[in-house]
Design a protein around this ligand. Structure first.
Ligand code: CUA
Length: 292
């Protein structure tokens, strides 16, 4: 707890470093926040979930929408059924009582339950498995794509550190670009994330991308996403992780590919200069995990 509190109010790992080092890191932090040229962020309008800006978000949205449609149909049928019962079985109708245990009652109840189960839950089950298999958990496809950008993310109370491999393509080396609560990714490119936590369980959540993944201490989890729109989007923590859980918010900036490349070229040399071999806490990266 004490160690992680050091992060509050710091920037790009300003903790445990001298004034010179601090200045370098501050420059890096400013450069990392260099303004971009894309148009203003579109405001969120209407009801429902935040705008979907991802390649695969529509799969999640479709599942939720179709499940709502099923629920509305069932709701209307139930209401109609009750209305019929109220008007048909009035004071002119002699009531018959039973325990609902007759063969007819049991058969009708089972048949209705089976239809609901297989149509509503069955649809969710089949499509979820298929979506995970073809897209959300299809890491072979993402790993094989030469454009894929790999990111390591370290969650801690209460911020997100992100690590880019830098020009050498290897993680946890001196040219890594490390950012704090600020992740920049290129547009239309698969972003392959491996993540862990240094303290408690957090959950990396991108509402505009319909993806989230738990960050668990002692374990490297993975997820991927692809943006289809440039802009600035929220990163949230979706797992209650302590008193400042609600503040564990960061920004995901989707840049056009050439702008992303320029940003990386801008920060890479500074990242290398800012590298401190003695700051062991800053070397939280790991060799990219190829086998799961
Ligand atoms: Cu981290 Cu909630």
């Amino acid at each position: 707890m004490k160690g992680s509190l050091k992060f509050i109010g710091s920037t790009v790992g300003l903790r445990a470093c001298g004034p010179r080092q601090g200045l370098k890191l501050a420059v890096l932090a400013i450069m990392a926040h260099a303004p971009s040229t894309f148009a203003a962020v579109k405001p969120e309008v209407g009801f429902g979930l935040p705008r979907d800006v991802s390649q695969n978000g529509h799969l999640i949205d479709w599942l939720m929408n179709i499940t709502h449609v099923f629920n509305i149909i069932l709701f209307v049928i139930m209401c109609a059924w009750m209305a019929i019962a109220i008007f048909k079985y009035n004071q002119n109708h002699l009531a018959h009582y039973d325990h609902g245990s007759s063969k007819h009652s049991v058969t009708v109840a089972l048949a209705i339950s089976a239809v609901i189960f297989f149509v509503v839950d069955g649809n969710l089950f089949v499509n979820t498995i298929s979506d995970l298999d073809k897209e959300f958990w299809n890491f072979d496809k993402v790993a094989a794509d030469p454009r894929t950008v790999r990111l390591e993310i370290n969650a801690h109370q209460w911020a997100w550190d992100a690590r880019y491999a830098g020009p050498d393509g290897k993680f946890n080396t001196e040219d890594d670009v490390v950012t704090w609560n600020d992740i920049k990714v290129p547009l239309g490119t698969p972003i392959y994330v491996q993540l862990t936590s240094t303290d408690v369980i957090h959950s990396f959540y991108l509402p505009n991308f319909r993806v989230k993944m738990d960050a668990v201490p002692g374990q490297i989890n993975r997820m991927w996403f692809q943006a289809k729109e440039p802009g600035e989007f929220d990163i949230g923590c979706a797992q209650h992780c302590g008193t400042h859980h609600y503040k564990m918010k960061a920004q995901l900036t989707v840049l056009p590919a050439d702008e992303y490349k320029r940003w990386l070229e801008l920060v890479s040399p500074t990242a290398k200069r800012a590298y401190d071999p003695d700051d062991k806490a800053a070397h939280w990266g790991w060799d990219w995990k190829e086998v799961y």
